[in-house]
Design a protein around this ligand. Sequence first.
Ligand code: PRP
Ligand code: URA
Length: 209
Amino acid sequence: MSKVHVIDHPLVQHKMAIIRDVRTGPKEFRELVDEVALLMAYEVTRDMALEDVEVETPMGMAQCRMISGKKIGVIPILRAGLGMVNGIIQLIPAAKVGHIGLYRDPESLQPVEYYCKLPTDIGERDLIVVDPMLATGGSAVAAIRFIKEKGGRNIKLMVLIAAPEGIAAVQAAHPDVEIFTAAIDERLNEFGYIVPGLGDAGDRLFGTK
Ligand code: PRP
Ligand code: URA
């Protein structure tokens, strides 16, 4: 069964409180999602392999460690996942970014794919799939399935808020995928929205409602 990591760092929790607040407008919402994604990326990449290197300082030689060859891919689930990309690539500028376009059919709550463009070498990369919301889990399960079909293997899922239902769905479909979240909320409502959640992440990011 895949592991679930709740990132309980005080800075993340503080910023999440403001993100959730109904009074927070799109500009501040976007900035905070960016910042939380950056802080979470720090934890998500904690297990990156290091190699020994020797560095000449002005005072002599220092034995240091740097990240070894392994490459990173960031894959936002469109559209709300886009809000989490910038924070991660600020930290890992060499990361490549793939995109998967999915929307949730409001009636069936089933994910519908409308776009998929991934780095050609995804099989050689550690992949971080990002989406602010893991609700029923339908979108994340489908996105990870597409990525695996295209050759992706080392996949982590990073979300801001997860519902227990979404976690269970990802664990059942993709037990190899570790989940990183800033919060696990209580439940889904009858429309598949996370309660208390933050509302519609895409609309809040892009001001479409
Ligand atoms: C939201 C969210 C996830 C999905 C989560 O996207 O960003 O992708 O819903 O729900 P699920 O776990 O039940 O699949 P939405 O479909 O609203 O599209 P958007 O990002 O374009 O707004
Ligand atoms: N998608 C969202 O944007 N918010 C939710 O609470 C659930 C799905």
